[in-house]
Structure formats: structure tokens, C-alpha cells
Write a protein that binds this ligand. Structure first.
Ligand code: SAM
Length: 264
């Protein structure tokens, strides 16, 4: 492309408003879509669902309400479990401290394991997948929603995520996780590449991506002042999270949602 050709297209690319050619594509799917995958299972009321790595319990509540299910929320972080307990209210949700590599539930005791956005923290995806299989009844399902590193993620960027976000590269390794899924004996029911769709969805909904990018720019421009104001831990948690969001939008991290079945 000549310089002349380049400048014929360049500035209009940043003009306010829509670029018509970039519209009319399949809309970016949002978080609701993941539930639609589970809807197809037609879980009976009273089914037992494990929300593994539940965080503050937002999905445990949604799963309990949507499927009239008994839910167990498991996470190792005590403050998140306290939030989950508060959020659960009177619902049939029990809360347990535990780790995805050694789930504190009996074998064959669960109809669905919901493992959303947490394998990034796992240094042992093989153990996690095996333990998910163990707690499922025969014919039960695992909903695995996870981000994976793509070839666009530079080594230094992966190191930053490991240092700032408690990320373990093992859990971001798509080939390793796929091998662990097969080795654990799961049958794939449906596998969907979401790529950057969720991040696009949140950007359109409330500007989350732009917010992350602008805050990251400020952190990077004034690291010493902001380290001092925020404290080292908060500074790094913010820096890690903002990078994560921007990496999603840049296709350096790519989400995949898999519905997997434990054979009869
Ligand atoms: C990004 S949050 C996702 C929370 C929730 N699943 C969601 O989708 O919103 C990751 C969660 O994994 C939890 N976690 C980290 N290491 C874990 C482990 N070894 N076993 C289980 N959960 C873990 C964290 O405490 C955190 O709540």
C-alpha cells in the first residue's frame, strides 16, 4: 500500500460515529448466552449444581433461581464466600471453602459443574478436570468457560498477568486444557469460541473496555505516584485486571465455552 493510499483511508477510520462496514455483523454474545447452553440440558428442579470458583456468588444465585436447583458454591477466598453467603439469602445455596483441584464434595454427587472464568488460576488443570469428573454423576455435565492465551500474547505480557493477577500459564494453555479434558474422559457436547465477544459486549453495555484502557494509561503514565496512593497490592491488581480486559479486546486472550458430558 502506498503512502497515498494509506492516507486516503486513515483519518476516516477514527471519525466519530459508526463505520458502516463494521456494523451488521453477528452481535457479540453476552454472559446470558452461557446460561442458554445449560438451558438445553433441561435440568430437573432440585438438581444439584456446583458453582466451582464461585467468587461472590452472582452465578450461584442465578443458577439457583433459573433452574430451581440446589447449588453448592465453592471458592478458596473467604471474603468472596462471605459475599456469596449474603447474596444467597434464603435460597438453597450452600457455601464451602475449597479448591478446584480437590473439591470438597462426594463422588457422583452433582448433576452439573459450572466452572466459569477460573481455570486461569489453576496450575494443575489436569487435577481440576479429573476432580470435576469425580464429583459428577454419570451422564452429568461440566460447563467450562475459560480464557486461553493466543499466539498474540507476548511472553512479557503473560509474565505480567502471572505477577499481577495470580494467573498460572498452565490454565491459559488451550492445548494442555484440551488434553486434560480428553484424559479425564469427558465427551464434548458443544464447544463455542467466543473470542473477544464478552469484552465487546461489556464495552458496548457500559464502556468497560475503554474504562480499563484509560485507567491503564494513567497507571502507566504515573506509576510512582499511583503506587504510593493505591499501595503496591491494589496498584498491581488494577494493572493486571486492566491488561486482562485490553488483552481480551486485542485477541491476546480468547474465551472458549465448552459443554462437556461425563459418559454413562
Ligand atoms: C475471575 S473470578 C471468577 C468468579 C466467577 N466464577 C465468575 O465467573 O464470575 C476467579 C475465581 O476463582 C477463584 N479461585 C482461584 N483459585 C482457585 C482454586 N484453586 N480453586 C477454586 N477457585 C479458585 C477466585 O477466588 C475467584 O473467585
Amino acid at each position: 500500500m502506498s503512502l497515498d493510499q494509506l492516507y486516503r483511508h486513515l483519518w476516516s477510520a477514527l471519525a466519530p460515529g459508526e463505520v458502516p462496514e463494521l456494523t451488521g455483523l453477528a452481535p457479540a454474545r453476552g454472559p446470558e448466552w452461557i446460561f442458554e447452553l445449560v438451558d438445553g440440558l433441561e435440568l430437573a428442579a432440585g438438581s444439584r449444581i456446583l458453582d466451582l470458583a464461585s467468587g461472590p456468588g452472582e452465578h450461584a444465585v442465578a443458577l439457583a433461581d433459573r433452574y430451581r436447583a440446589r447449588v453448592v458454591a465453592v471458592d478458596p477466598v473467604v471474603s468472596q464466600l462471605a459475599d456469596a453467603r449474603r447474596r444467597a439469602g434464603e435460597r438453597a445455596i450452600s457455601i464451602a471453602a475449597g479448591r478446584m483441584e480437590a473439591i470438597p464434595l462426594a463422588a457422583g454427587s452433582v448433576d452439573l459443574v459450572w466452572l466459569r472464568d477460573a481455570l486461569l488460576h489453576s496450575g494443575a488443570p489436569e487435577a481440576t478436570l479429573l476432580d470435576c469428573r469425580r464429583v459428577l454423576r454419570a451422564g452429568g455435565h461440566l460447563l467450562l468457560h475459560s480464557a486461553f492465551a493466543t499466539g498474540r500474547l507476548a511472553p512479557a505480557e503473560l509474565e505480567l498477568l502471572e505477577a499481577d493477577m495470580h494467573v498460572d500459564r498452565a490454565g491459559l494453555d488451550a492445548a494442555r486444557v484440551e488434553a486434560a479434558i480428553s484424559a479425564a474422559g469427558f465427551d464434548p457436547v458443544r464447544v463455542e469460541e467466543l473470542g473477544s465477544e464478552l469484552a465487546e459486549h461489556y464495552e458496548l453495555a457500559d464502556g468497560l473496555g475503554s474504562r480499563a484502557l484509560l485507567r491503564l494509561a494513567r497507571l502507566e503514565r504515573h506509576p510512582e505516584i499511583l503506587r504510593e496512593r493505591l499501595g503496591e497490592r491494589r496498584f498491581r491488581a488494577m494493572r493486571g485486571l486492566y491488561h486482562w480486559v485490553v488483552f481480551e479486546l486485542l485477541g491476546k486472550l480468547s474465551y472458549r465455552t465448552s459443554l462437556l458430558r461425563k459418559p454413562e
